[in-house]
Design a protein around this ligand. Structure first.
Ligand code: F6P
Length: 744
């Protein structure tokens, strides 16, 4: 029962009890008071008529009756009688009830009252209601005593009691109503405040005080979910468990991944061939999956020494020294790369899917290349499979058409397409001249995955708007003929523990090392931002937030430095080149404003950093600011959390990332709102260690449980389930065909 309802019930019970007690107490007091009043009245009435009574007592019965009648002029005295000492009725008024004989009254009085008493009263019941009889003696000595009996109407007494009771009942109801109203208003106000807080927190305006409550709710939900899962399959998700899942559900078949970016790039350097690891969320997530499951990763061979390192089938075993899986490299000509990668993928689809104030450019020749390159990669995938029903993971917006192309060649394949960036609403996707081809291409997959339910909904709405199909909203599936495509949210994550951390110094060492290396004061507070140089990452807004911090919080001038690691990306696209220049300008501008002889607020490191180096910066920092203007997930946020095994450091996170839904203990901000962002940076720098620890611990628990093995495992289990159903219905169809042929 809700707290407010419980409180109200208690209050009403208390009020009812109070009313009953008040009723009895009041009745008792008023009764006593009325009795005394009657006593007094009787005496007064009798004593004022005493003379006349005594004079006519024995001598003139008619006058005696008259005197008694005078007494009854008081409206509350119904009748009167005069009784002799022996109990003889001497006179009585007309209305005097004859059943009250003098003898019986005097006998009762002798029994109940002391002999010396000069008055006595009783309340007998008459059929018409109760009356009060009072006996008053006149004449001093006992042998001369004469009794005057007065009959009082006490019906007004019960009337008054009834009125009192009614007033109390009405008062009870009025008070109850007031109590209910007050409780309701208080509960509503509290609820509104709670929901506002919740909304604010979810939207990203997270109130710091509120977060523990949100965390409690989430921890509980998470516990329930993970308990259920652990119970069902045992243990946290790990490489072993993923392998076991593959064996159990998919007969241990090898996985073929199709993703444009390769996880290990061979580059020619002055010292020979080096292996580089690209700055890519996709690679961060998928590479551990491949190491766990083995198989083949089909990718664009983009490294300058890639051709030198493959075998005659364009394959190379990786990672060097471990060789647990294979990369199959596909070579692209300049035109292909320009049209497919720079053109349609990154000048068309990328701005189409991100709400970051960039207009998409659609060129027919780019799309033609996109179609051809998708076919080229789809063919390469089909060459790598080792059965007619393989498991193929198609990754990202570079390959929207590939699922359908693969399906045409391998109708029984289980294809999982995962879209790593947001999927916009139907209206926006509608502006793409080839929206139908994109959607149809993705529907070639068995499962289409997105990071969030919102993106799933947008995709289903787009199918609804532009395709001939049936939407099974109950199971979130698109049905085309006999084929179903499941549409599901799978929030991506990172490996746990992160294997790169084995090569990274502890947080304490990184703290000292990084500051010394950059020539910063050892006690300077450090913020870090790590991104590909992309306009969706909000790097400009991030630097402005630092400027705003130094403007509004003077205590951090000379004491806080922000390091931005920016890996150059897509530099052949003008918008990216301009961004490069702009970031330079903004950093220079802010540095000119706040720098002193030995202080620099912004350190811009515009070069590629290998993962171990990136993790060292995470560990050295007091805060990490992820300010994406729009991001499917953003794994930098999760990497920062994974790096901080010292449970220190604060994550300031844009509300426009998928990660903000997972990492609610971060300080969630709107990166466009510089005041709010600078407040969050200040709050992060002022945050007590205890609170840092509490938040970090909770986020680490989340990322460790909801790691990338779980992400892949859940997709594979869903795909296996679908595959089982399809095989079953395939067998049933075959049986039906056989029966039909047999009968004919
Ligand atoms: O967000 C999707 C994603 O594939 C990321 O994994 C990666 O950061 C980016 O897009 C692609 O980058 P690139 O063009 O360098 O492969």
């Amino acid at each position: 029962m809700p707290r407010a309802a419980r409180f109200l019930l208690l209050l009403l019970a208390g009020l009812a009890l109070l009313t009953v007690v008040a009723y009895f107490a009041l009745t008792k007091v008023t009764r006593d008071w009325f009795e005394r009043d009657i006593e007094l009245r009787s005496r007064l009435a009798v004593s004022s008529a005493r003379q006349s009574l005594e004079n006519n007592w024995r001598t003139d019965r008619a006058r005696l009756t008259e005197t008694l009648t005078d007494i009854t002029r008081d409206e509350r005295i119904m009748g009167a009688a005069a009784c002799s000492r022996e109990g003889e009725l001497l006179a009585a008024t007309e209305a005097y009830p004859r059943e009250f004989t003098c003898s019986s009254l005097l006998a009762s009085m002798r029994r109940d009252a002391p002999a010396s008493a000069d008055s006595w009263s009783t309340t007998p019941e008459l059929p018409s209601g109760s009356v009060r009889l009072s006996v008053t003696f006149i004449g001093g000595e006992s042998q001369l005593r004469r009794a005057v009996v007065l009959v009082h109407d006490v019906s007004y007494l019960s009337r008054r009691e009834r009125t009192t009771r009614n007033i109390l009942i009405i008062a009870f109801f009025v008070l109850s109503l007031c109590a209910a109203l007050v409780t309701l208003i208080a509960a509503r106000l509290a609820w509104r405040r709670w929901t506002n807080e919740l909304r604010k927190a979810l939207k990203g305006g997270a109130s710091i005080e509120f977060l523990p409550l949100l965390r409690d709710v989430r921890t509980l939900a998470r516990q329930l979910a993970s308990d259920r899962e652990r119970e069902a399959r045992g243990g946290l998700w790990s490489p072993e468990r993923l392998r076991a899942t593959l064996t159990q559900y998919l007969d241990g078949e090898r996985i073929v991944v199709l993703a444009n970016r390769e996880p290990h790039i061979h580059e020619r350097t002055a010292d020979g061939i080096a292996v580089l690891h690209p700055a890519s969320g996709l690679v961060t997530a998928l590479e551990p999956i491949m190491r766990a499951c083995s198989g083949v990763w089909v990718a664009h061979g983009s490294g300058s020494a890639d051709r030198e390192t493959v075998d005659k089938h364009d394959r190379v075993r990786v990672p060097p020294g471990e060789e647990s899986y294979m990369i199959r490299r596909v070579w692209l000509g300049e035109d292909e790369e320009r049209g497919y990668y720079y053109g349609f993928s990154n000048e068309g689809l990328w701005p189409l899917c991100h709400v970051a104030d960039a207009r998409p450019t659609f060129r027919a020749e780019d799309f033609a290349q996109y179609v051809e390159v998708n076919r080229k990669f789809a063919n390469a995938v089909c060459e790598e499979v080792d059965s007619d029903d393989p498991i193929i993971l198609v990754q990202d917006y570079h390959f929207a058409l590939a699922p359908k192309m693969i399906r045409e060649r391998l109708p029984r394949a289980t294809i999982i397409a995962f879209w790593h960036i947001p999927w916009p609403n139907a209206e926006r996707i509608g502006i793409c001249p080839w929206r139908d081809e994109l959607i149809a291409g993705l529907l070639g997959a068995s499962v289409v995955g997105f990071h969030t339910q919102q993106h799933c909904n947008n995709f289903i709405d787009s199918v609804d708007a532009f395709m001939e199909s049936r939407i099974d909203r109950e199971s979130n599936a698109i049905v085309q003929g006999a084929r179903r495509t499941l549409v599901r949210p799978y929030p991506i994550s990172i490996e746990w523990p992160v294997h790169w951390l084995e090569q990274v110094p502890s947080a304490a060492d990184a703290h000292v090392g990084v500051r010394a290396e950059l020539g910063l004061s050892p006690d300077v507070l450090l913020g870090v931002g790590i991104d590909r140089l992309d306009y969706t990452k909000g790097i400009e807004e991030r630097l402005f937030a630092v400027d705003e911090l130094l403007t509004r919080y003077p205590e951090f001038r000379g004491k806080f430095t922000f390091i931005q690691l920016a890996a150059p990306s897509r530099t052949k696209i003008e918008r990216y080149r301009k961004l490069n220049e702009r970031i330079d300008e903004v950093a220079a501008q802010i540095n000119a404003k706040w720098s002193t002889a030995n202080y620099r607020p912004i350190v811009l490191l515009r070069t590629h950093h290998e993962p171990a180096s990136v993790f060292r910066y995470y560990r050295a920092a007091d805060l990490c600011y992820v300010s994406s203007l729009h991001d499917g997930m953003n794994l930098v946020a999760k990497e920062f959390v994974a790096a901080r095994d010292d449970e220190r450091g604060v994550l300031v996170l844009s509300q426009f990332t998928g990660a903000a839904r997972d990492l609610t203990e971060a300080l969630i901000v709107n990166p466009y709102d510089l005041r709010q962002a600078s407040d969050a940076l200040a709050a992060a720098l002022h945050m007590p260690i205890d609170q840092q620890r509490e938040r970090m611990r909770s986020m680490r628990r989340f990322v460790s449980e909801f790691n990338v093995y779980r992400w892949a495992g859940r997709m594979l289990v869903d795909a296996a389930e679908l595959r089982r159903k399809e095989r079953m219905s395939g067998r049933l169809d075959a049986m039906a065909r056989f029966t039909r042929t047999g009968n004919s």
